[in-house]
Design a protein around this ligand. Structure first.
Ligand code: ATP
Ligand code: MG
Length: 560
C-alpha cells in the first residue's frame, strides 16, 4: 500500500499511533517480519507481512526489517531463505537494505550469555534433556532445582567456553537461565539458552557447535535491531515475560514492546509448516509450490494475484480473538480481482467435434470480439470460424430436459461472438459414443444475431479446429474436504481428510489462437468455465493452464 492511501485501522496500529503521539521511542517506528527459514511462507505469514510492512504507512521514515530467525540449523535451508525473499517481494513489499539474520548476532548473543553467567544469572546444566524436562514440573507442581544449579561462576564460564570450543558431545551440557524453578510461569523455570549441535548452519557453516534457543535469540534480536514494536501471534504471549527478562538482564539498551494478535486460520486449509511439510514429504502434493497448497508460492502458481491476497488480509482485519475465516472469502477475493483484470477467451476443456456442413472447406470467417465486457482498454481480438469446430461435450444433450437451452438434435444455438448453428445429425461410433455432430450455420446471423429477429436462447463457447491450440488444463479444487482438516474424530489423521478430487488433469483441451501470445503467469477467464493462468512453471512453449477458481462458489451449496 502506498502512504497516500488510507492506512487500515486495527488495535495494533492504534497502539502505535498513541506511542508516536506521546513521543515514545523518540518517535521512532520499527517493526520486523521474522520468519524461521524452515519452510515456505503460507497465507498466514502473508497476514503478518501485511501487518508489519503496512505499519510503515503510520510514520514517515518508519522501517520494517526482514529478519530470518535462523537458530535451528537442522531444519533450515537457503532454499527457504530464497523462497521467502521471493514471496515477500512478490506480495509487493520492499525491505530495502533492511534484511538481517539472527545468525549474524551469534557472537553478540554469546557475549550476552557470558554476561548472564558472570552475573550469576545463567548456569551450565549437565542433566540429560529428559531429566531437565521431568524436573521442570508442570502447571500443578513446581520444578526441582538441578544438582548443577549452584555451580560457581568460574566453573560455568569455563564449561560454557569449552562448549563453544566444541569439546563436548551433543546432549552432554546445556546453558540455562537461572530464574525460578517454582515460578507459576513455566517459561521462567530456568529456560534453556544454548544447546550443543554439531550441525552445519546454512550461513555460519561449522563455526558454531552451540546454537541459541529460539526464545533466547528472538527477543534479543529484536532488541539488538532497535525494533520498537514486536508484532507476533498469540502463542508468544506466554513468552513475553521471558523475552523481557532476557532484555532487562543483558542490556542491549532497547526494550521492544511485544503486541500479539490472533493467527489466521482458514476453513478447509491447514496452516502449519510442520503439517505442510508432511504433505510434501508424503508426496500428497507435488511440492511446497503445488497449486493446491496454501503457500504464497502455491497460490501464485495457482493464479492468485498479490492484490487478491493483500486485499483479503486487509478485509479479515487484525484481532486478539482466535477465529476461523471461511476460505470462501479468499476465493471471493481472487474472483473479484480477476473479474476486473482477466481477459475473456474461448477454450474448450472436453471437446466434441462439430462439422458445419454448409461451410466449404478452407473458408474462414473472422469475428471481432472484446477481451473484456466492461473495460474497453483490454481491446479486441479476432476469433476465426471454419468448417470444423469443437464445442464443450456437456453443451450437447441428445435427449435434453425442457430447461436445457444449449445444443440438441434439431435445436439452434448461438456460437459466442460468431453465428447461429442448428444440429441436424448425431454421429456415433460402434460403441454408441457420440463422436461428431453434423450442423448447419445461418450465414445471415453474423455476430450471432439472426436477421429475422427469431429468439435463440442458448449461447455456447467454441474453437475452430484449424486454428485452436492444444492445451493441458489442471482443474484444481480445495485440498481438503473437511471444514476443519485437523479435527480428529476416531483417530482420523489429517491426511485422511484430503479431497480425492482436488486435481483433475485434462489433456485434450483446445484454446483460441490469440493465446499463442500468452506469457507464463498470465491470467484469463475461459468463458463459462472459470479463471485460469498459464502455469508459470510449465516447460517453455507448453500450454499448461491451472484453474485458479471456478466462476461461482460451488462449495456454498454443498455445505460441509
Ligand atoms: P507455522 O506455525 O505455520 O509453522 P511459525 O509461526 O512457526 O508458522 P515463523 O516462521 O516462526 O512460522 O513465522 C514468522 C511470523 O509469521 C511470526 O511472527 C508468526 O507469528 C507469523 N505467523 C505464522 N503463522 C501465522 C498465521 N497463521 N497467521 C498470522 N501470522 C502468522
Ligand atoms: Mg515458529
Amino acid at each position: 500500500m502506498s502512504s497516500s492511501e488510507e492506512t487500515p485501522s486495527n488495535f495494533i496500529y492504534d497502539i502505535i499511533r498513541d506511542d508516536l503521539k506521546s513521543g515514545k521511542n523518540d518517535g521512532r517506528l520499527m517493526t520486523r517480519f521474522p520468519p524461521e527459514p524452515n519452510g515456505y511462507l503460507h497465507i498466514g505469514h502473508a497476514k503478518s507481512i501485511c501487518v508489519n510492512f503496512n505499519a510503515r504507512t503510520l510514520k514517515e521514515g518508519a522501517i520494517c526489517n526482514l529478519r530470518f530467525d535462523d537458530t535451528n540449523p537442522a531444519a533450515e535451508d537457503v532454499e527457504y531463505v530464497d523462497s521467502i525473499k521471493e514471496d515477500v517481494r512478490w506480495l509487493g513489499f520492499d525491505w530495502g537494505g533492511n534484511i538481517f539474520f539472527a545468525s549474524d548476532y551469534f557472537e553478540t548473543l554469546y557475549q550476552f550469555a557470558q554476561r548472564l553467567i558472570q552475573d550469576g544469572k545463567a548456569y551450565v546444566d549437565s542433566q540429560s534433556i529428559e531429566d531437565i524436562r521431568k524436573n521442570r514440573g508442570d502447571f500443578y507442581k513446581p520444578g526441582v532445582n538441578s544438582a548443577y544449579r549452584d555451580r560457581s561462576v568460574e566453573e560455568n564460564l569455563d564449561l560454557f567456553q569449552r562448549m563453544r570450543a566444541g569439546e563436548f558431545d551433543e546432549g552432554s551440557h546445556v546453558l540455562r537461565a537461572k530464574i525460578d524453578m517454582a515460578s507459576p510461569d513455566l517459561n521462567l523455570r530456568d529456560p534453556l539458552m544454548y544447546r550443543i549441535r554439531k550441525t552445519t548452519h546454512h550461513r555460519t557453516g561449522d563455526a558454531w557447535p552451540i546454537y541459541p534457543i529460539y526464545d533466547f535469540a528472538h527477543g534479543l534480536s529484536d532488541a539488538i535491531e532497535g525494533i520498537t514494536h514486536s508484532i507476533c501471534t498469540l502463542e508468544f504471549q506466554d513468552h513475553r515475560p521471558l523475552y523481557n527478562w532476557f532484555v532487562e538482564n543483558t542490556g542491549p539498551g532497547n526494550q521492544p514492546q511485544q503486541i500479539e494478535f490472533a493467527r489466521l486460520n482458514l476453513t478447509y486449509t491447514i496452516l502449519s509448516k510442520r503439517n505442510l511439510q508432511k504433505l510434501v514429504e508424503s508426496k500428497r502434493v507435488g511440492g511446497w509450490d503445488d497449486p493446491r497448497m496454501p503457500t504464497v508460492s502455491g497460490l501464485r502458481r495457482r493464479g492468485y494475484t498479490a492484490a487478491s491476497i493483500t486485499n483479503f488480509c486487509e478485509r479479515i482485519g487484525v484481532t486478539k480473538r482466535d477465529t476461523v475465516v471461511d476460505v470462501g472469502l479468499l476465493e471471493h477475493s481472487i474472483r473479484e480481482d480477476l473479474n476486473a483484470k482477466a481477459p475473456r477467451v474461448l477454450a474448450v476443456l472436453r471437446p466434441l467435434r462439430v462439422v458445419i456442413e454448409n461451410m466449404p472447406e478452407g473458408e474462414v470467417h473472422e469475428f471481432e470480439a472484446p477481451y473484456h465486457p466492461k473495460d474497453e482498454s483490454f481491446g479486441n481480438r479476432i476469433v476465426p470460424l471454419s468448417r470444423v469446430i469443437y464445442i464443450e461435450r456437456d453443451d450437447f444433450l441428445e435427449d435434453p430436459p425442457g430447461k436445457f437451452k444449449r445444443l440438441a438434435p434439431g435445436r439452434e444455438v448461438r456460437l459466442r461472438y460468431a453465428c447461429l448453428i442448428t444440429c441436424n445429425e448425431v454421429v456415433k461410433d460402434d460403441a454408441g459414443e457420440i463422436i461428431e455432430l453434423r450442423c448447419t450455420w445461418d450465414p445471415e446471423s453474423l455476430g450471432g444475431m439472426p436477421a429475422d429477429g427469431r429468439k435463440v436462447k442458448g449461447t455456447i463457447h467454441w474453437v475452430s479446429a484449424a486454428h485452436a491450440i492444444p492445451a493441458r488444463v489442471n482443474l484444481y479444487d480445495r485440498l481438503f474436504n473437511k471444514e476443519n482438516p485437523m479435527s480428529n474424530p476416531d483417530g482420523v489423521d489429517f491426511l485422511d481428510n484430503l479431497n480425492p478430487d482436488s486435481m483433475e488433469t485434462l489433456n485434450e483441451c483446445l484454446v483460441e489462437p490469440s493465446l499463442s501470445s500468452a506469457k507464463p503467469g498470465d491470467h484469463f477467464q475461459f468463458e463459462r468455465t472459470g479463471y485460469f493462468n498459464l502455469d508459470p512453471l510449465a516447460a517453455k512453449g507448453s500450454y499448461q493452464f491451472n484453474r485458479t477458481i471456478t466462476l461461482r462458489d460451488t462449495w456454498a451449496k454443498k455445505g460441509s
